[in-house]
Design a protein around this ligand. Structure first.
Ligand SMILES: Cc1ncc(COP(=O)(O)O)c(C=O)c1O
Length: 414
């Protein structure tokens, strides 16, 4: 029948839209469960440090943006891959004699998620495979599935502070016929709260070198480590392996809603001119992140006092300690002490708990009985765990974790 004679019919979402889902958002954005009306709801669900009102960004960060807004000089389209002065600010902050940077190595993006989207798209063709951590941040899979990239999950080892099982990964890489386009490494980690040692990162770089794998380093929690830990940017450890580091303002500067992220390209063997060109092409699809925050970036970097970063980490470390005090030593629960970021994974031995078959049921019952929201490990690929976020005020972390404790004790088998 000629198209002009057809009736209207339902217009469906595309196939790509159908296979695109964010598992965290599916849990936190949907109000399926009614909390206990006798207890005010406390969410340890979302990694948004701005929610609790206890972790505001520094006034210097706000003033830098206000100044740009008032100037009226930041209202136009920036170049798609980013404003020159924002890129130059990143070069001055992150360039290092062992891994020197130029503005051509920087791409600005809409949040770290936007940087991840560009990084996956520029390295991987549909049908190729990328290596993702298990457990890992859910947006990696969301992006890959949308593009039609296959995913192979590599294991993180809870008994070894969530280090990567490099032996198993090497065995897989030796045996597979798949075309592996990139290896994503997240450090410090969401959801594990782990921080990798220099030695472990060196072993990762050696493996990447052996199998000629470009690394996507998700370092959005850069520098967010507790006392006794050191953050090592992986690109500084690589003399051969190409590294695309993705990061942004969301976590360290506590402004996730501002949506400013970036990619830093480390190209020691000068293999990535095509990738640079590809990033410029790809950034043309959305014409870059917002101009005002980009223009404020030089001031954000230079005017934020060191005391702001240390205060943030002091609060997060104190809160992690509160969570540990409440949750350690409960039968049926394994609290794995975090080393940084704002998360901890907690193991559940369901065999020891009454009426709880798995981590999803654990978190749903916890929500219904104690009005505490946590995310089931299953959505990060790690059943029999749940994740807590401890960036809200310490008294709320204490109250929520005490309720988790009571919940576990109430469900403990005799
Ligand atoms: C590991 C990790 N990477 C990337 C992101 C995304 O950051 P953004 O909010 O800047 O898109 C998050 C956000 O929670 C994250 O935890």
């Amino acid at each position: 029948m000629p198209v002009e004679q057809m009736e209207w019919s339902e217009i469906r979402g595309s196939e790509a839209a159908g296979r695109t889902a964010n598992k965290i958002r599916q849990v936190v954005d949907v109000d399926r469960i009614t909390p206990n009306p006798a207890k005010p709801l406390i969410s340890l669900g979302l990694g948004d440090p701005s929610i609790g009102g206890n972790l505001d960004t520094d006034p210097a960060v706000t003033e830098a943006v206000v100044a740009q807004l008032k100037s009226m000089r930041s209202n136009g389209y920036p170049p798609s891959s980013g404003l020159l002065k924002a890129k130059a600010a990143i070069v001055s902050r992150y360039s290092h004699p062992d891994a020197p940077l130029a503005v051509r190595d920087i791409t600005m993006a809409s949040g770290c998620s936007g940087a991840l989207d560009l990084a996956f798209k520029v390295l991987a063709d549909p049908g190729s495979t990328v290596l993702l951590p298990r457990p890992g941040f859910t947006v990696y899979e969301t992006i890959c599935k949308a593009i039609g990239i296959n995913v192979h999950y590599y294991a993180l080892l809870p008994g070894r502070q969530w280090e990567i099982d490099l032996e198993a990964l090497a065995a897989f890489l030796r045996s597979t016929e798949m075309k592996i386009a990139a290896w994503l490494i997240n450090n410090p980690s969401n959801p594990c709260g782990s921080v990798y040692s220099r030695e472990h990162l060196m072993d990762c770089v050696a493996l990447a070198d052996r199998f000629k794998l470009p690394i996507i380093a998700d370092e959005i929690y850069e520098g967010m480590v507790f006392s006794g830990q050191t953050f090592h940017p992986i690109r500084l450890l690589s003399k051969t392996v190409p590294v695309l580091t993705v990061s942004g303002l969301s976590k360290r500067w506590l402004v996730p809603g501002w949506r400013l992220g970036w990619i830093i390209l480390h190209d020691p063997l000068r293999l990535m001119d095509g990738v640079r060109a590809g990033l410029i092409n790809l950034s043309g699809t959305i014409l870059g992140p917002n101009s005002v925050v980009q223009a404020a970036l030089p001031d954000i970097f230079t005017r934020t006092p060191e005391s702001f970063y240390s205060r943030t980490m002091q609060i997060l470390q104190e809160n992690a300690e509160i969570a540990r005090e409440c949750l350690e030593g409960i039968p049926g629960i394994t609290f794995l002490r975090p080393q940084g970021s704002m998360y901890a994974m907690i193991g559940i031995d369901v065999a020891r708990l009454n009426g709880i078959a798995n981590d999803r049921q654990f978190t749903e019952l916890l929500h219904a009985e104690e009005s505490v929201v946590c995310l089931p490990g299953e959505i990060f690929g790690m059943p029999n765990y749940f994740r807590i976020v401890y960036c809200i005020p310490g008294d709320l972390v204490r109250e929520a974790c005490s309720r988790i404790r009571s919940f576990c004790l109430a469900h403990l088998k005799a």
